[in-house]
Design a protein around this ligand. Structure first.
Ligand SMILES: Cc1cc2nc3c(=O)[nH]c(=O)nc-3n(C[C@H](O)[C@H](O)[C@H](O)COP(=O)(O)OP(=O)(O)OC[C@H]3O[C@@H](n4cnc5c(N)ncnc54)[C@H](O)[C@@H]3O)c2cc1C
Length: 386
């Protein structure tokens, strides 16, 4: 088994790092303070073709593998940045490529690949359903050749910075399906054409994430907006969810590396009691332990991405990678906060921002408790706990 990156994969890492270096920690701090979308960064990454990593070459994309795409997002976070601004376009791709119609692909993919169109918004979570996705109530009713959609989503991120929204609805009510994951459908929504049928209300959060409540009032969509077959949306979603877990894990690995490197450098330089604080085992062990955790999570990410790319089942590995990486990044963030003492709290040193950002991935896109429930039930055969 070979865990070494190929030369071309190493080149991707180096090239992405070089692009990200043009947007340093101060750029990201400024976006965070202004709660502003990192538009210049996203444009630069689009123009360089990195955000079209998973779009096949026949549609103008780079046609890279999941592993390669994950390296791109890892480097963004490793540089001090935050890939949330642009990651959705990668993980939504799995559902579109596998289940979208030829017309949808021909219409959208070349324009997404060129950066003309952004598919950055993904509407799954609802206030009353929470982690139990099958309980969503947003409903798409067939009306001749159209669907009329009503409902409400919550935490719909990047809506104001996206041209398209991938939307999960019910097309058969929860109490009328045999299996609770049946009867849901996925739609590719053109936000601008939706007019006043979609209303987004921003939610203030502790991270610069541009997330929203989304109210859907008689949104009329043509049948051409339906992805794949009606009622099978949840199974389509799963291909994107595995991609999402692997990509988010990679961002956490990037965060973890940033924290470990930042803390190491600081611990070597900061002198208290007439010696570098890094000489104290109480300071160096948490950093070393976090490094071990990040490296271990990286191996699971490789495993999950390799399985995804080989087209074999990877749900367990993708979930475990997301769990290990988000916990490792949090451990590394805590180690960095402790290492910096009072300076960890100052915005000038960037650690507090990365610490807030890293915390999100223990909760979203799936709460780590739910990952453990998945592992217990599906990998270990323990009784279903909910
Ligand atoms: C900044 C931000 C951005 C987001 N962006 C998006 C987005 O773009 N699109 C989108 O669709 N969603 C998005 N989300 C939503 C995110 O995926 C959910 O918040 C997450 O899945 C958890 O759902 P919930 O908040 O409803 O928590 P709940 O389901 O209410 O859970 C609350 C707590 O209870 C625990 N819990 C619940 N049930 C169980 C159980 N059976 N066993 C053990 N523990 C349990 C959970 O682990 C969690 O800790 C975003 C969230 C945030 C905070």
């Amino acid at each position: 088994m070979d865990f070494e990156l190929s030369d071309s994969q190493k080149e991707i890492r180096t090239a992405v790092a070089a692009t990200c270096a043009r947007f340093g920690n101060d750029y990201w701090r400024s976006c965070d303070e202004r709660n502003a979308y990192p538009d210049e960064f996203v444009k630069t990454m689009s123009e360089a073709g990195w955000l079209a990593a998973l779009i096949p070459q026949e549609y103008g994309g780079a046609g890279l593998t999941m592993l390669e795409a994950s390296l791109i997002l890892e480097e963004i976070n490793h540089s001090g940045g935050n890939a949330v601004a642009c990651h959705a376009q990668m993980y939504t791709m799995a559902a579109i490529l596998k289940h979208g119609s030829a017309e949808q692909k021909a219409r959208c993919l070349p324009r997404i690949a060129s950066g003309e169109l952004r598919l950055q918004s993904f509407g799954v979570t609802e206030p009353d359903a929470g982690s139990e996705t099958p309980r969503i109530k947003t409903f798409a009713r067939r009306d001749g050749d159209s669907y009329v959609i009503n409902g409400q989503k919550i935490f719909t991120s990047r809506y104001q910075h996206s041209d398209m929204l991938l939307l999960l609805t019910r097309t058969t009510p929860f109490d009328q399906v045999k299996k609770k994951t049946d009867g849901m459908s996925l739609f590719l929504v053109d936000i601008k054409e939706s007019g006043s049928a979609l209303k987004a209300v921003p939610i203030a959060t502790m991270v610069n994430h541009g997330t929203n409540q989304l109210f859907i009032d008689n949104l009329v969509l043509p049948r051409a907006a339906l992805v794949g077959e009606e009622g099978k949306g949840f199974s389509y979603l799963l291909s994107s969810l595995n991609a999402e877990r692997i990509l988010v894990a990679s961002e956490s690995i990037g965060d973890g590396r940033w924290f470990v490197e930042f803390a190491t450098q600081y611990a070597n330089q900061r002198r208290v009691f007439d010696r570098p604080i890094g000489m104290n085992q109480g300071v160096q062990f948490p950093i070393a332990k976090a490094h071990v955790s990040v490296q271990a999570a990286d191996l699971m990410r490789f495993n999950a991405a390799a399985r995804f790319d080989a087209g074999v089942s990877c749900g367990g590995e993708a979930n475990m990678a997301k769990y290990l990486a988000s916990e490792a990044a949090w451990e590394a963030g805590e180690a960095a906060m402790t290492t910096l003492g009072g300076y960890g709290f100052t915005k000038e040193y960037h650690v507090e921002r990365k610490w807030r950002e890293a915390r999100l991935y223990r909760t979203a896109p799936i709460a780590n408790n739910l990952v453990l429930s998945f592992v217990a039930e599906h990998l270990l055969g323990l009784p279903r706990s909910y």
